[in-house]
Design a protein around this ligand. Structure first.
Ligand SMILES: Nc1ncnc2c1ncn2[C@@H]1O[C@H](COP(=O)(O)OP(=O)(O)OP(=O)(O)O)[C@@H](O)[C@H]1O
Ligand SMILES: [Mg+2]
Length: 399
């Protein structure tokens, strides 16, 4: 039996052309011109995959995706979007669309994607390509795979990206990965950490100044925004940007021009903003501590990194990664772990996330003399959490 594809698109030409390509590759294609019509057809057929145009009269593609999800239809969905609506694609991925394709579609890519989608239940997805592409990012949890996917999609675009997550979850690592895979990779990666630059210097650091602009401005100086021209500007801890600078920064994003302090000259600057925060920016917006208009400018694409305790399946891979790294750095053979060490690492909550895990492994590598890491090489908070101390006390008493 041929795999069935339900293809929904309101443009007749696109409907005909893409259907022809799919039919030639051995698919049975059922077409509909609106989401509503497509939904009607679902009463009679169960397609292996739905190819769905984003822009439709009436219910749009994302709305249909939401509807299918609510109604528990487990059919892989591939979204078609027009060029330049990458945010829609990201939104679709967040709603667990299988893939997205940009019009005009490359026929070979179309066939590959549809084939993979239509056989989704039988073929395991291959993540080895992600491992090759992003060797510095360790993890195979669903959360991390989604992050890989979004990075791939957005890296080559110019969309601003906001990365959120608790401290130590890898926000800067992800920001650098986007940069490395972007068209701006040959420009410098300029970092502004809004917490480490004192508030009274932040404005002049960002925008630069002319000689004599203020007491102490003995030479003119380019600001970090200007230095980032052509590349990305990584704004770390964006939630700490003071309100008066938020306004000025927004103006820069709108006009793509800056004025150094003490100058009336406008300088054109082209930067892509990648920002990160461990704060709840939505709440800051509600409380009036963060400008809503700026928030929307920065939050074109959102990447959220869940805390490590919500993706514990990544712990073993991360532990191995850090064992290799710190053994090498300390000129030691890669140590082995006694089994209860991994138990303890898995049952701990990791409030400091991956950074804390890295430190714990580094310490254990340094402390273990014999190439074997045992529970005694872990910090007390982790031993206690795992209940190991209690078990040991019990053991000592009963022996
Ligand atoms: N998935 C990962 N694979 C490998 N290393 C990781 C991963 N995530 C984070 N790390 C490492 O953990 C450390 C902390 O990551 P990073 O500095 O990117 O976190 P952050 O979210 O920016 O933290 P903070 O909010 O404290 O600034 C870094 O050394 C980073 O390389
Ligand atoms: Mg950081």
């Amino acid at each position: 039996m041929k795999p069935k594809i339900l293809f929904i698109d309101d443009e007749i030409n696109s409907l005909k052309a893409i259907s022809a390509i799919l039919e030639k590759s051995g698919f049975e294609v059922i077409t509909a011109k609106t989401a509503e019509e497509g939904i009607g057809k679902l009463h009679n057929i169960t397609p292996n995959c739905i190819l769905l145009d984003y822009r439709l009269p009436g219910m749009n593609g994302i709305e249909m995706l939401k509807w299918l999800k609510e109604k528990n239809y487990h059919i892989p969905i591939v979204i078609l979007t027009a060029f330049g609506t990458i945010e829609k694609a990201v939104e679709a991925m967040k709603l667990e669309a299988f893939h997205y394709l940009v019009k005009p579609v490359d026929p070979d890519l179309l066939i590959d994607v549809i084939k993979e989608a239509a056989t989704k239940h039988t073929i395991p997805l291959d993540y080895s390509s992600y491992e090759k592409k992003f060797p510095e990012i360790i993890g195979r949890s669903k959360a991390i795979r989604e992050v890989f996917y979004i990075i791939e999609m957005v890296a080559k675009s110019n969309a601003n990206v906001l990365i959120t997550g608790e401290s130590g979850t890898g926000k800067e690592l992800i920001a650098r990965a986007i940069y490395k895979h972007s068209l701006r990779k040959n420009k410098p990666f300029v970092v502004v950490d809004c917490t480490t630059i004192p508030e009274n210097l932040l404005e002049s650091e960002l925008f630069g100044y002319e000689k004599g602009a203020f007491t102490g401005a003995t030479e003119k100086k380019k600001g970090l925004i200007e230095l980032a021209n052509g590349g990305p500007l990584f704004l770390d801890e964006i939630g700490e940007l003071p309100l008066n600078l938020q306004k000025k920064f927004l103006r820069f994003l709108q006009e793509k021009e800056i004025q150094r302090l003490g100058s009336l000259n406008k300088i054109k600057v082209d930067v892509r903003i990648i920002s990160a925060t461990n704060q709840d920016l939505e709440r800051a917006v509600k409380e009036g501590a963060f400008r809503e208009d700026l928030y929307w400018r920065l939050n074109v694409v959102r990447i959220h990194l869940p805390p490590l305790r919500e993706r514990k399946e990544d712990i073993p891979l991360l532990v191995q990664h850090f064992l290799n790294k710190y053994a090498k750095e300390n000129n030691k053979p890669i140590p082995n772990l006694e089994p209860e060490v991994m138990d303890a690492l898995m049952s701990y909550d990791w409030p400091g996330n991956i950074r804390e895990l890295a430190h714990v492994i580094e310490r254990a590598v340094v402390l273990s003399p014999s190439g074997i890491i045992s529970i005694k090489h872990l910090p007390r908070r982790i031993k206690e959490k795992s209940g190991w101390e209690e078990r040991r006390r019990f053991y000592e008493i009963t022996i």
